[in-house]
Design a protein around this ligand. Structure first.
Ligand code: NAD
Ligand code: UD1
Length: 337
């Protein structure tokens, strides 16, 4: 059985479906602080398999101990955490508490239970503000632009130290680039609370008429069209990346992988791609740069391809179409509630 923390969240729910469909038993631990219990039914509906659900906090050591006692857990995938970069600047203690202390509680419980295989949800942000793209796994971690990013770098270091102390540990550090899109079924996707901060949910809410217009933050960056460049990947490809990364845990060590497509695309190109794929207008206006944004970064994706045989299979059009299907599903769900 695989224990998946944060499994009712955006990325975790897609990982749960992928694992169940591949025949794994899955237990989810989530405190539902940024997700909804109905996601469990939707995961089960898509996969046509049951999942075990624990409603609880990853910092609850006695709950963790009982989960490891009640099940034969082979590996843990740790997605639970706080992820809003701007919020982390305003409330750093919450980010160090949930992201760092939560990881310490999880690893301690694993160590006590003798479970030493872990995949960790890290982020491209750990490469830091001065790194030059493409980001390669051999680059050192840099200075982060936010407490969120620092918390991810701290957990990476903690995991490296844990392996140094006990070489039986197998740790997979997965550095996500910009996950977007939703499951093609339309049943699971990203549930931003309030006004979204991230580009893709913002674009789809403008297209749906929920928000009046998109502000494109900055048109004077040193990029081809002056807008920021990122490496957007489909969340289903990201979920597949976790399934295949479980295989490297058979080998003790610290394994670092970028999960990105390996190419960058600008904010303006994303808006144009959405309009071309969906045929709905997205009113936009250029606004000043957003504080903390980097001009351009994307992954070197060759290590994951070489070692894991992982390559994103979804197109940019899939990302747009699936985002839009999910937007319509969420609109309907909101109207009927
Ligand atoms: P999400 O907020 O949708 O999912 C996180 C889940 O963790 C939520 O269901 C939330 O309820 C749960 N959670 C939060 N605190 C918890 C706690 N103390 N105990 C138990 N559960 C808790 O976010 P996501 O986009 O699915 O991100 C998953 C992971 O991937 C996070 O660790 C995030 O930092 C990382 N990540 C996300 C992105 C991205 O762009 N979405 C990029 C890089 C890394
Ligand atoms: C950020 C974080 C990353 C985190 C991710 C998901 C940084 C450096 N990166 O990525 O760690 O994992 O969020 O939470 O902080 N944009 C607009 N208008 C909008 C929204 C976004 O123009 O309304 C632009 C941004 O300026 C950026 C691009 O779209 O250039 C992508 O933004 P976003 O989706 O927020 O992701 P990142 O900032 O790359």
């Amino acid at each position: 059985m695989i224990l998946l923390t944060g499994g009712t969240g955006y990325i975790g729910s897609h990982i749960a479906v992928e694992l169940l469909q591949a025949g794994n038993e899955v237990a989810i631990l989530d405190d539902l602080s940024n997700s909804d219990k109905s996601v469990i039914e939707r995961i089960q509906h898509i996969a046509q398999r049951n999942v075990i659900f624990y409603h609880g906090d990853v910092r609850d050591s006695s709950l963790l101990a009982s989960i490891f006692q009640d099940h034969h857990i082979e590996s843990v995938i740790h997605c639970a955490g706080l992820k809003a970069v701007g919020h982390s600047v305003k409330d750093p203690l919450a980010y160090y508490d949930v992201n760092v202390y939560g990881s310490i509680c999880l690893c301690s419980a694993m160590q006590k239970a003798g479970v030493k295989r872990l995949l960790f949800s890290s982020s491209a942000t750990v490469y830091g503000i001065e790194a030059e793209p493409p980001y390669v796994e051999t680059m050192a971690r840099g200075v982060s632009s936010s407490p969120y990013g620092t918390s991810k770098g701290m957990v990476e270091k903690l995991l490296e130290d844990l392996f140094a102390s006990d070489p039986q540990w197998s740790v997979g550090i997965l550095r996500y680039f910009n996950p977007i899109g939703a499951h093609p079924s339309g049943y699971i996707g990203e549930l931003p609370q309030g006004t979204p901060n991230n580009l893709m949910p913002y674009i789809s809410q403008v297209a749906a008429g929920v928000l009046p217009e998109l502000l494109i933050y900055g048109d004077d960056y040193a990029t081809d069209d002056g807008t920021c460049v990122r490496d957007y990947l489909h969340v289903v490809d990201l979920a597949i990346g976790h399934r295949v990364a479980l295989t490297v845990l058979e080998e003790p060590g610290v394994h670092r992988y970028n999960l990105g497509t390996g190419s960058g695309i600008s904010v303006k190109q994303m808006v144009d791609a959405f309009v071309a794929s969906i045929g709905v207008e997205v009113p936009y206006r250029y606004a000043p740069r957003r504080e903390g944004d980097l001009a351009a970064f994307w992954a070197s994706a060759s290590k994951a391809e070489r070692d894991l045989g992982w390559q994103p299979g979804k197109t940019l059009e899939d990302m747009m179409v699936d985002t839009w299907r999910w937007q319509q599903f969420s609109n309907k769900a909101q109207q009927s509630s």
